[in-house]
Write a protein that binds this ligand. Structure first.
Ligand code: SF4
Length: 330
């Protein structure tokens, strides 16, 4: 069995507002193995992006902080490392691509300079070799005129090209883990397909583990080996991708899958989950999904459900699956 590149254990992250600590992530657990693509899904406000920022420890300019739990990356607990130790890992062993590449690309620096800076810093290559490496990376992400692009600025490129540059930059140092937060949401469908194909190829060639954060279940079905479903700052279900789509267990997962339009559906109104994700300041007692759940029982409003191991490859946090004959990780 391939080793774990990342293990997130009981992760709790909070922000401070008006001198009050507001917990956003409440006990997040999941792991990713070498060469595996894990999809992190859920509605806006479910805690997906904050999970990725917590892993990267990118809280600059915010009051965000990890208050509990651990993040083991290649066996080392990132929560115990200093900022300078984390900086050495970020960009080299662990890289991130965002929905909008302009948030990561410096608008006043030429593409080549930005790529070469990352390569020189992490791979310690001399200038002429880092330029050659930068051109090779751009070619590997399907940028044909790489020798010219290195002298251009980000604004001179299309959205799809900028996203490719971001991927080239993220992959330049051959990271063990790539975190991709909605990497194709802002792109048109054809470019989206090309970028996803490219990420798959990079995973296959380099055995990079990928955490793919998306609200698009079509992308998950196409790309992922496993899926982690988040709701209100917690993981509510985790399963192999085929199992999850064939028989979702958690009522929230069922709702998400039912709300995806299907070819041949003649429905005038799509299925949707009633209500909204609760705000962190107004979390209900018991199961956080209870106010929206059509299978809620009285215990659901009183006690949080434990995580139930349903099989070797799946687990679910829901009172419906708490039976005497299943293993419970409370
Ligand atoms: Fe619904 Fe209860 Fe399961 Fe929560 S624990 S998802 S309320 S059935």
């Amino acid at each position: 069995m391939p080793e774990h590149v990342l293990r997130v254990i009981d992760l709790e992250t909070s922000f401070t507002r008006d001198n009050k600590e507001i917990k956003i992530l409440r006990g997040v657990n999941f792991s990713i193995r070498k060469g595996e693509i894990v999809g992190l899904v859920g509605e806006s406000g479910s805690g997906k992006s904050l999970t990725s920022l917590s892993i990267m420890q990118l809280f600059h300019g915010t009051t965000g902080k990890i208050v509990n739990g651990s993040i083991h990356f290649n066996g080392h607990d990132l929560t115990k490392m200093s900022e300078s130790e984390i900086r050495k890992i970020r960009g080299k062993q662990m890289a991130m691509i965002f929905q909008e590449p302009m948030t990561s690309l410096n608008p006043v620096l030429k593409i080549g300079k930005q790529l070469m800076e990352a390569i020189e810093m992490h791979l310690k290559l001399p200038k002429n070799e880092s330029k050659h490496h930068a051109i090779q990376m751009l070619k590997s992400v399907g940028i044909g005129r790489a020798e010219e692009i290195i002298y251009e600025y980000p604004h001179q490129l299309s959205g799809g090209m900028r996203q490719r540059v971001m991927i080239a930059m993220a992959m330049a140092c051959h990271p063990n883990l790539l975190i991709a937060d909605e990497p194709t949401t802002a792109l048109d469908v054809t470019i989206q397909a090309q970028i996803l194909e490219l990420m798959k190829k990079l995973k296959e060639e380099n055995e990079t583990a990928i955490l793919l954060i998306t609200h698009d279940l079509g992308v998950v079905a196409e790309m992922c080996d496993r899926v982690v479903v988040m709701y209100a700052g917690q993981v509510v279900e985790e399963a192999d991708v085929f199992e999850l789509f064939a028989s979702p267990k958690h009522p929230y997962t069922k709702g998400l899958i039912a709300s995806v339009p299907k070819i041949g559906d003649n429905k005038e109104v799509l299925d949707s989950i009633n209500g909204q994700v609760p705000s962190p300041q107004n979390m209900p007692n018991g199961c956080k999904f209870a106010p929206r759940c059509n299978q809620a029982m009285s215990i659901c409003n009183q006690e949080s459900p434990p995580t139930v191991k349903i099989s070797a490859t799946r687990q679910c946090s829901c009172w419906l699956y708490v039976k005497k004959d299943v293993e419970v990780n409370a």
